[in-house]
Ligand binder design. Structure first.
Ligand SMILES: Nc1nc2c(ncn2[C@@H]2O[C@H](COP(=O)(O)OP(=O)(O)O)[C@@H](O)[C@H]2O)c(=O)[nH]1
Ligand SMILES: [Mg+2]
Length: 362
């Protein structure tokens, strides 16, 4: 049997891994062959899985932990996607604080399954905004030093660096960012794309299907600084259901926006931040709202908003916060209470989890 291609997509929280996998996946499906996306993150009720399912690709999920620590599961999934779905190209991301998949995933597959899986370049997505933290201007975007180090490590692990969100830059800026990357991580090729506007996707597809990983020796085993960076982050996942008390239809976009704004205010009040907060809200008949925030100092971005008013909605919130887990849980609870009061809503919470990466007993 011909080996199928597998590619890991790494990159900072909110850099655009999921958006890139969807854009690349849809291109690959049309021009290369059946393509599957594995959405990987910690916990359950993941926005990225719901979002990815709105794409035309086959979608699998590895939740409840990084792919690095469940290689048997990864191999099973890859075989299933190949045998059941006919996939010839499979991508997986890793949780946005992840470093180490080159070692854990690629080296393991290369050592034990080289006949089954061809490994495309280990691809790291960077967004210009966060890259400024390590550029000469050393921009202070209110993230702790540990996360700056994490970004640096992610770049060093790459076979291929993809500068995303180029739609936000002019040509001179793009050149400045690329020049910086060429000196920061020499010998690593850099491609420029906009996953949102789907520019550079064909070049990316060509590159990752024409090349294979260099299988560098890069490991974060026993890297204490990396552990400290992870320990800064709290994962928060919640699934809930809102409905208007009187059964009337209202603008649920405003409800989503206010929930996010209230969380933002709670974090600012406590001098904390959220490198990525994602929400996915649905209300039947394919109408959905997908929002994302990449820090308390940024605007909420919408990939999609509801087209019609609704009397209820299901909503998933995933936050990856620089905030201890207890205050984080309280901030979201308070946000929901305030918004319910404001719009005359009832909220049923079906699922909540909130944990620090390094919490004892997890
Ligand atoms: N302007 C712009 N925004 C993008 C682009 N790609 C992703 N985004 C936005 O960046 C945010 C994070 O994207 P996402 O794919 O969820 O990041 P991930 O956490 O790395 O998977 C979302 O609001 C996206 O809409 C892009 O090419 N241009
Ligand atoms: Mg994602």
């Amino acid at each position: 049997m011909d080996p199928i291609r597998f590619m890991v997509v790494s990159g900072f929280l909110g850099a655009g891994k999921t958006t890139t996998m969807i854009a690349l996946g849809e291109w690959m499906k049309e021009h290369y062959g059946e393509t599957a996306i594995i959405a990987n993150d910690l916990g359950a009720n993941l926005v990225d899985t719901s979002l990815t399912q709105t794409s035309g690709c086959v979608v699998a999920e590895i939740a409840n932990g990084c792919i690095c620590y469940q290689m048997d599961n990864v191999v099973d999934q890859l075989r299933r996607l190949r045998d059941k779905a006919g996939a010839v190209f499979v991508m997986s991301d890793i949780p946005g604080c992840g470093v180490g998949a080159l070692d854990h995933v690629y080296h393991t597959l290369a050592a034990a399954h080289a006949d089954e899986f061809t490994l495309s370049p280990f691809t790291v997505i960077v967004d210009p905004e966060r890259l400024r933290m390590i550029m000469p201007e050393k921009a202070d975007i209110n993230l702790p030093e540990e996360l700056v180090y994490l970004l640096q490590l992610q770049l060093e692990e790459a076979d291929l660096v993809v500068l995303n969100k180029c739609d936000l830059l002019d040509e001179a800026d793009v050149r400045r960012y690329v020049d910086f990357l060429k000196t920061a991580v020499p010998d690593i090729p850099v491609l420029c794309i906009s996953a949102r506007e789907r520019t550079g996707i064909a070049e990316l597809a060509d590159f990752v299907t024409a090349h294979t990983t260099q299988l560098k020796n890069f490991s974060v085993r026993d890297n204490h600084e990396f552990e400290q960076a992870e320990a800064k982050l709290t994962w928060y996942n919640r699934r809930m259901f809102f409905k208007t008390l009187g059964g009337e239809k209202i603008d649920m976009n405003a409800v989503v926006e206010d929930v996010i704004e209230e969380i933002r205010m709670g974090l600012i009040e406590r001098k904390r931040n959220v490198p990525h907060l994602k929400t996915f809200a649905t209300s039947g008949n394919g109408d959905f709202n997908k929002a994302s925030l990449i820090g308390v100092d940024y605007e909420v971005e919408y990939e999609r908003q509801f087209l019609r008013p609704h009397k209820n909605m299901r909503m998933i919130v995933n936050a990856r916060a620089v905030c201890e887990s207890r205050p984080m849980a309280r901030i979201v609870d308070d946000a929901v209470d305030v918004v319910c009061e404001r719009y005359g809503l009832d909220c049923q919470v079906f699922f909540t989890e909130c944990f620090g990466m390094a919490d004892e007993g997890r």
